[in-house]
Design a protein around this ligand. Structure first.
Ligand SMILES: Cc1ncc(COP(=O)(O)O)c(CNOCC(=O)O)c1O
Length: 402
């Protein structure tokens, strides 16, 4: 008997399981609407031109492959938090933000969760939206934290249930940690309006929440990085406690480079130095130091003026293509197929994903009858929609919902 005879087969990841089924489908009209990565109008992955140019420059420098510090490349770190908090941010100017490069968004979330567990205690509960990105729950539970849902999606309108949101967080214990998607909520694509963010902030301020922002789509949602940072900057500029996990997977297309940053706003430089020392102590036994490549590319894109300008244009281009596909999908449904249902949420939602409102049965029909693949919760990745398949998708959506 081997030592692992009792290890059970784990369930497949709900998202990756759909991709496997898509790959097995031999139909030539199959459509993958489950993948959480950008695709261009030909359905192909996109490496940004500014990334290629940054890579060429870096290679030409013939740099060494020595370890970088436990907290990563500081030139990248400083650029990443300036991008998020804004150059006029007081904590930034007063140098009181503890920041460490980490393994993309997931690694940043995990380091932050471990920090919370260690310095706020194992009984700390994180308030998470319902629904949230599936991996959030695994990251927090594996870090030894409990999670409690707060209402987020109004299922009948596929828009924000702001009253449910506010009453659930009002009922939570003072001093709780609240996870907030900075922009482009995954999986619903539903974001609070600026007014609603102010209502949320008022409760958080009064109840002394620690605000744990997950910002994985800054600039990718609206095309404007400042607009997409509105919620984070509103809370920060009002001196609320902030923990931030940043990912550059989507907005720089650096998925596999695993480049992100975790940051904690502190009261002063002395506190920042203490917090940073503890982040290093947490990171060292996790993965010791982060990878060089993605940090060097991102640093060039932030700090080289022409590459930065080119990036912002390409970033807006990706956001605009997704926004255009949203309006095309909706107009086909309403104008071509004369659907009598309300599809406003397709264009009022924002970012990579759209919560269509499809039932699990309708999702099965889309897969079996129309070879269209999306997750069972009805989420589609709008990145998978393009000018060639958008009409077919609309026709199929109409047929399963009429
Ligand atoms: C909200 C959120 N936070 C964090 C992350 C972390 O991403 P990464 O670790 O790649 O930076 C992601 C990436 N999601 O992946 C797409 C999908 O849901 O199919 C995310 O959506």
């Amino acid at each position: 008997i081997t030592a692992w005879a009792n290890v059970p087969m784990g369930p497949p990841d709900p998202i990756l399981g759909v991709v496997e089924a898509f790959k097995k489908d031999t139909s030539d009209i199959k459509v993958n609407l489950s993948v959480g990565a950008y695709r261009d109008d030909s359905g192909k992955p996109r490496v940004l031109d500014c990334v290629r140019k940054a890579e060429d420059f870096i290679i030409s420098q013939r740099l060494d492959k020595e370890y970088i510090p436990i907290i990563g490349l500081d030139s990248f770190n400083q650029a990443a938090i300036k991008f998020a908090y804004g150059e006029n941010s007081a904590p930034l100017k007063e140098n009181r933000i503890a920041v460490a490069q980490s393994l993309s968004g997931t690694g940043s979330l995990r380091v932050a969760a471990s920090y919370i567990q260690r310095f706020m205690g194992s009984n700390t509960t994180i308030l998470v939206p319902k629904p949230t990105w599936g991996n959030h729950l695994s990251v927090f539970h594996d870090a030894g934290l409990k999670t409690t849902d707060y209402r987020y999606l109004n299922k009948s309108t596929n828009s924000l249930d702001i009253q449910g949101f506010l009453s659930d967080i009002e009922a939570a214990p003072n001093g709780s940690v609240i996870l907030l998607h900075g922009c482009a909520h995954n999986p619903t694509g539903v974001d609070p309006s600026p007014e609603q963010w102010k209502q949320i902030m008022e409760v958080s301020q009064r109840k002394k929440f620690v605000n744990f922002f997950d910002v994985a789509y800054q600039g990718f949602a609206s095309g404007d990085p400042h607009k997409d940072a509105y919620s984070l900057r509103l809370f920060t500029d009002n001196n609320l406690p902030i923990i931030l996990a940043q990912s550059f997977a989507k907005n720089m297309g650096l998925y596999g480079e695993r480049i992100g940053a975790v940051s904690i706003v502190c009261n002063d430089v002395e506190e920042k130095n203490r917090v940073l020392s503890q982040m290093k102590i947490l990171i060292r036994p996790l993965y010791s130091s982060p990878p060089i490549s993605g940090a060097r590319i991102a640093e060039r894109i932030f700090n080289d003026p022409s590459l930065n300008k080119e990036w912002l244009t390409e970033l807006k281009g990706m956001a605009d293509r997704i926004i255009e596909m949203r309006s095309l999908l909706k107009s086909h449904l309403v104008n071509d197929f004369n659907s009598k249902l309300n599809w406003d949420h397709i264009t009022s939602q924002i970012g990579m994903f759209c919560f269509t409102g499809m039932t699990p049965e309708q999702v099965v029909r889309l897969r079996d009858e129309f070879h269209i693949y999306l997750t069972s919760n009805g989420r589609i990745s709008v990145a998978g929609v393009n000018s060639k398949n958008v009409r077919y998708i609309a026709e199929s959506f109409h047929k399963v919902t009429q």
